[in-house]
Ligand binder design. Sequence first.
Ligand code: HEM
Length: 406
Amino acid sequence: MAELSRREILISGTALGALGALGITSPAQADALADGWTWPASGSVAGSGTGADPRWVWDDVADPLLASLFDRGVIPEVNRLLYDWNRNDQPLPAGLPDDLRAFIEQARRLPSWADQAKLDAASRFHALKGNYIVVLTIVGAGMLATAIPKEARAVYYSAGGADLKDRVAKTNVLAYAVRPQNAWGPGGTAVVEAVKTRLVHAAVRHLLKSSPWSGPIPISQEDMLVTWHTLATYSMRGMREWKVRISSAESTAYLHSLQLLAHMLGIRDEFIPATWDTSYTQSDIVLPRNMGPTSEGVELNGILRNMLAELTSPGSIDKPLVNAFARYLTGNQAADWNGIPREPLWDPVVKTAWPLLVQFREGLIGLPLVPAAAWLLDEMIKKWTTFYLTKGAQTKIVIPTGNRPS
Ligand code: HEM
């Protein structure tokens, strides 16, 4: 009976299906559901809401479409046709199935609230503070992702879980696309990569049905918000904590670019925070209840740290500084969930040296106050940021056709 119910949740893809099955299988989740969704939609980009709970909303339009494309066996052909669809203003290739074409034409439209002046300011901010943004949204958020059980397990059991290097490179295609001036304009690529990602997520929801995955369908609207906060709210909090200089126009612009990203990935406007304040409130609701340890997360996190160590000093497996920085970025609880070893020598050094290094870079303190160890960190971060800021576009986002090979 329980098994049938899980399948029902996975297969239905609707809030109704999930609710029906939930009542039978999982009292704990039913309790959580009874808690309801307390974050007020008045604090959202939409300004009001339907009262829907984002835990039980997925992607009403993309999910049935992808299921149908899989049933018709056309995904490899779709991938072939979309491979050279790169620019926001590029017409779609001939030969795409009509329903997919109609979906993309709709999904590629920017919302009426997109504001080009703010987007321009956001990319200037990215150019100015790119190093901190990379450290927080790629390294820090990557480390947090493995401490989000649903995300860790979804990544582990999907095709990308078997080749994390390629998976990270593909994710960086989107990170890279949203940075430049005109990212969302005619010559940019952010719209295309966001729409492709929306298709990939719908494919993952469909494919994970036939994997060792169990539980509600992943990548719900709440799951999306959780990951969004590990990029948006977490990075803003981090920069504030490190005393990075940010004007109020820059902070508004940065938020705007992230709101647009959320919208283009299929998050409903009624769930996207309108301000940093409402964002902090929402983050404090959704993050704690969606984080914790998994064996899959520990395995993936170890691979991620090896990748970072390899960038720091090729051929080296010695990674105390990487471990210490990862612990510093995510805090002790997430670091312990991720199985990151404690580094008695480096943990206290990083904690002291990094904020001072940032304050020196921001012109807030003089050189003599920066401890010598900070320059080792500086060197490491430079290697990471050079890599992530320059090598983002070497691969393409494609719709997976299967899960992790077992
Ligand atoms: C794929 C970004 C949320 C699980 C991708 C890709 C990008 C991306 C760029 C394409 C790269 C690729 O194909 O590997 C994002 C962003 C998110 C988000 C920006 C939120 C703001 C989530 C969440 C989950 C998730 C919440 C799971 C709970 C996956 C999986 C794949 C994927 C499993 C496919 C991996 C494969 O290739 O097999 N995501 N994602 N994502 N994402 Fe997300």
